[in-house]
Design a protein around this ligand. Structure first.
Ligand SMILES: [Zn+2]
Length: 252
């Protein structure tokens, strides 16, 4: 018997009454568990096994299968369901977690990151685009990859006179305007404001509890969102349908 806490990342129907849920647990990382009778309203596990719910779980292992025998809600991020942008973000963060976190590996830091970001989204503490970008950068850090944005990779410049730098997402390198033009790299780079670079530098060094404690202008937010998404997509070849959903909701 495993007694743990876990965040439900995904739920799928199995037969008439059962569910198969993908859970990011505190003790075992990501595992897939059967929840019997979870679709029946009278079931004690029903509400605690809904997606984006953080629950106290008792899980038994039978013939290589995990089965949830008891579940109780600790925190339900129900406010997220009242706003399409936040909801689409929540689904994307859960899908990204499933794709990036290996199964059956303790992943306490990932759990904390996801809980912090879902809380911020449900309480509308920061705009969805900012939470998305911070999550993308931080989950990559947990994967051992850091965006190389401290200095121009050629001359070591820390900032630029015209308030812009250039980032090559494929090479993961930062260039000041002069070096970018000299190297002929402009086509594969995205142009980002110093506000974006400052935010990204903050994001990679911030304490886990302070990852969202910064401000961004609207212009820098656009750059920061583009930067984080290009950074994560350049290093992973998976496709996330929920990212398309997030973008389609944003453009409504
Ligand atoms: Zn330079």
């Amino acid at each position: 018997m495993i007694k743990t806490e876990g965040l439900i990342l995904k739920e799928q129907s199995v037969g008439e009454n059962d569910k198969l849920v993908t859970v990011l647990t505190r003790s075992n990382g990501i595992i897939r568990c059967f929840a019997r009778r979870a679709k029946k309203l009278i079931s004690n596990v029903s509400s605690a096994c809904q997606v984006m719910t953080f629950s106290r779980l008792e899980i038994t292992e039978r013939r290589d299968k995990y089965i949830i025998t008891s579940a109780e809600v600790i925190k339900s991020f129900f406010e997220i369901f009242s706003d399409m942008n936040s909801l689409a973000l929540g689904y994307y963060l859960c899908e990204l977690s499933i794709r990036m976190i290996p199964e059956n590996m303790p992943s306490e830091d990932h759990l904390q990151l996801l809980l912090n970001c879902l809380y911020a989204a449900s309480e509308k503490i920061k705009p969805p685009d900012m939470i998305k970008a911070v999550f993308e950068i931080r989950i990559m850090l947990l994967d051992g990859v850091m965006p190389d944005i401290l200095f121009c990779s050629e001359c070591g410049a820390y900032d630029s006179e015209n308030d812009t730098m250039h980032y090559d997402p494929i090479a993961n390198k930062l260039f000041c305007p002069k070096c970018c033009y000299q190297k002929g790299n402009i086509r594969q780079c995205i142009t980002v404001s110093m506000g974006c670079i400052t935010a990204a530098r903050y994001c990679i060094s911030a304490h886990p509890k302070k990852i969202l404690s910064f401000q961004l202008s609207e212009h820098s937010m656009l750059d920061f969102g583009k930067f984080a998404e290009r950074f994560i997509l350049a290093r992973n070849d998976f496709y996330c349908p929920t990212l398309d959903f997030y973008k389609s909701v944003k453009n409504l």
